[in-house]
Structures are given as C-alpha cells and as structure tokens.
Design a protein around this ligand. Structure first.
Ligand SMILES: NC(=O)c1ccc[n+]([C@@H]2O[C@H](COP(=O)([O-])OP(=O)(O)OC[C@H]3O[C@@H](n4cnc5c(N)ncnc54)[C@H](OP(=O)(O)O)[C@@H]3O)[C@@H](O)[C@H]2O)c1
Length: 390
C-alpha cells in the first residue's frame, strides 16, 4: 500500500466524513471539496490522525468550473463521490436534481487519465445485464420512484453515464450499499456481491462506516480495486449475531425472498388489473423478455402514468402465461381499472413518502412498520439518504 491522494466530494456527508477520516488515519492525503470548511472540521473526530494531510477546498461542486476541477484533481489517484441530495423538498425536487450525475460527469472529465473514480450509488440502481431481474413488485416501485423521487433517477443517470461509452474510457467502481445505518465504528463485516440480489423489501442494511471501509479498501488494495473495476458491487452488512457463519458463507439473501414475495403480492393487488395477475408468480419471471425501464428513464418520458400502466400490463401478461390469442390492448375495462388503480397507488405512495420524510426527521423515531407500512414501504435507499445520522 502506498500513500494515496484522494479528492472526496460529499465529504461532509454521513458517509463521506468516514472516508475522509479513515483515509487520513491511514496516512493518505485527502482533498475535501465542501460547501463549508467549518462543517467539514466539525465532522472529524478529535483523534483524527494526520490532519495536516487534509486540504479543504470550499465551494460547491455544482458551481465549480472545469479548470478549477482540473486543478483540484491533478495529483489525485482517486476521486470519491459520496454526494447525496439533502432530504428536504427543495433538496430533492428543486435544487440540483441532477447533482450526482452532473458531478460524476464534471469530475471524470476533469480528473487525470490515471485517476480512478469511485461513486456511491444504491442497490436500487440496476446493473443491467448483470443483476438478476427484479420481481414485479420491486420493478413497479422502482419505476414509480424514478418519476416521483428525483434522487433515485439521479443515481440511475450517474450509473448510466459510467456504464455508457464515456465510462468505457474511464476507471471506475460504483459501490451500491443497501439501506444505510450508522454505527460507532466500521466492523469490516459485510458481503460484497457483483449482482444486486437482495430484495429491496428486505431489512438488510449496512453502516455508513462499513461503506466507507469498502471505499478505503478499494483505494488501498490494488487487488480489491482490480476485482471490482467497471463493476457495481453491492455491499450488505452482516448482523453481529450472524458474523461467524456469514464470514465463511455469505447469507445476504436469506429471509429477504419471502418478505419480497409478500410485499409484491400486496403491491400487485393494489396495482394490477386482472385476476390472473394476482396469482402466484411463475418460474417464467426470470426468463421473460428484457424490461424497458432503463431506456424509458433515459428518454425522460413525459407521461409516467401511461408508461407505468403499459409496463404493468406487459408484466401482468408475461406473468400470467398468456395464450396466443390474448390481447390486452383490446380489453378496455383493464385499462380503465389500471388508470384508477395507478392513480390511487401513486397517491398512496406520495402519502407514504411524506410520512417517511416526517418519520426520518425525528431522530428518536423507532421503525415499527405497521401493516400499512409493509404494503407500501419505500426502501429508504431509493429515496436517497436519511437525515437521522447527522
Ligand atoms: N439512505 C439510504 O438508506 C441510502 C442507501 C443506499 C444509498 N444511498 C445513497 O448514498 C449517498 C450518500 O448518502 P449519505 O447518507 O452519506 O449522504 P448525506 O449525509 O446526505 O451527504 C450528502 C453530501 O452531499 C452534499 N450535498 C448535498 N447537496 C449538495 C449540493 N447541492 N451541492 C454540493 N454538495 C451537496 C452534502 O453537503 P452539505 O453537508 O454541504 O449539505 C453532503 O456532503 C446518496 O447518494 C444516497 O442516494 C442512501
């Protein structure tokens, strides 16, 4: 391991601050690009080592010019983005809706060719062609959130950029954590999977400390970086009581499957249109034709409800093993039903998000999901970061 120089954006964030702290503690040089120097200093603990190796550059990534970023990154081995939208209405819907994707483009265009880019994403963002296809309920939720929650679409855009032609010329890793929680310190106990196989409805989580730990591993262990270059590893914490077993045998999908099935059944009842679609999903799910979600998100569809309805109709058809003669388009009652059910579902979703936002703003809140919560619980990682950890 050699001393590395890294630029961290989102360095004042709940994960970014650990990346800064851990890199300094290991003797590496860190440049933190932050909106407030005071805020950065207040986030570091008193025992931080090598504080003289920290350079704080004050400014917002959204305002930085290309030349300034070239200057900032010129000696860097890595650039890490732990940016996340502030979970206020303004932070999510008004200001910098493309915060993560725009920063990703600006930074990768400015950094030297030898520099590696590490992006904090979410396991709600798919790695198409690598991840197994998510079940219907999860796809429906992701599809709706793409339109309702800008941070999720932003994370998808950032990933799409790196996975696209520009990204082929760059060195990068997108780290995809499951639900984020806070811990006293990094445990170093988490599973790393190249595919997103954990249900979005499961209660898997990883501490921000451990996400930072993985970033540090990528930056300080050549073999770890090489293993995940151009990949989107999903990191999932291993609960304390499972640690010994999980160390030798990762159990990341355990239990998640049955919860997902239940949630999906509920969701399907709310959203889907006919009796056939309400029957248990068949084995054909994984082999059906490729979804069009990503392409539709890219083109910024102007009529999300119509798209969603079409998607659900297609999924319902595929999952109910249609006969040759089946023609969904010619059944007007389904479409009418879908229209009213989709609107209702979106209303429920909005209500739920508002409730979630209120709950998240209360640091003493304990998460005791009610029956209603379970039916339409939005995985927090899709709604981006939660503020309780600050
Ligand atoms: N919550 C979850 O369960 C979850 C799960 C998986 C993935 N994620 C993803 O993880 C990422 C980071 O999460 P986190 O909780 O560590 O983030 P966080 O604590 O909210 O930190 C966000 C960082 O972004 C900066 N930032 C926000 N808006 C900005 C703007 N307009 N211009 C410049 N900087 C800005 C903040 O700076 P200031 O301090 O100046 O505001 C802060 O440093 C997010 O992308 C999120 O989507 C979240």
């Amino acid at each position: 391991m050699y001393p590395t120089k890294v630029l961290v954006v989102g360095a004042t964030g709940a994960t970014g601050k650990h990346v800064v702290q851990m890199m300094l503690d290991q003797g590496h040089a860190v440049i933190a690009l932050v909106r407030s120097k005071e805020s950065m200093l207040s986030k570091l603990n008193d025992k931080t080592k090598n504080i003289d190796r920290l350079e704080i550059s004050e400014g917002s990534i959204t305002q930085m010019k290309h030349e300034q970023l070239v200057e900032l990154t010129k000696d860097c081995d890595y650039v890490v983005s732990c940016l996340g939208h502030n979970m206020t209405f303004k932070g999510m819907f008004v200001k910098d809706r493309r915060l993560v994707a725009d920063a990703c483009k600006k930074l990768t265009k400015a950094m030297p060719a030898s520099c590696k880019f590490l992006l904090m994403g979410s396991d709600g963002v798919a790695h198409k062609g690598v991840d197994p296809k998510r079940k219907l309920g999860e796809r429906a939720i992701i599809f709706m959130l793409r339109y309702l929650i800008p941070p999720h679409a932003d994370n998808e855009k950032a990933a799409a950029y790196l996975l696209g032609p520009d990204g082929k010329k760059l060195d990068w890793v997108i780290v995809r954590p499951t639900n984020l929680v806070d811990a006293e310190e990094a445990s170093g106990k988490y599973t790393i999977s190249e595919k997103a196989e954990v249900s979005l409805f499961g209660d898997t989580s990883i501490s921000r400390n451990d996400v930072a730990h993985f970033f540090v591993e990528l930056m300080t262990k050549e073999e770890t970086y090489s293993k995940y270059q151009h990949k989107m590893p999903v990191v999932v914490g291993i609960p304390e009581e499972q640690s010994p077993k999980a160390d030798s045998e990762p159990t990341e999908t355990e239990g998640a499957e049955s919860e997902a099935t239940e949630a999906e059944d509920n969701l399907r009842r709310e959203l889907l249109l006919d009796a056939e679609a309400e029957s248990e999903p068949t084995e054909t799910e994984d082999t059906e034709s490729e979804p069009t979600e990503t392409e539709e998100a890219e083109s910024e569809a102007t009529e999300p409800e119509d798209n969603l309805r079409r998607e659900l109709l297609l999924d319902a058809e595929a999952e109910s093993e249609p006969t040759e003669t089946e023609d969904t388009e010619s059944e007007p009652t389904e479409t009418e039903e879908a229209e009213s059910e989709t609107t209702e579902a979106e209303d429920n979703l909005r209500r739920e998000l508002l409730l979630d936002a209120e709950a998240d703003s209360d640091p003493t809140e304990t998460e005791e999901p009610t029956e209603t919560d379970d039916r339409f619980r939005i995985p927090r990682r899709l709604a981006a970061s939660a503020p309780e950890r600050k």
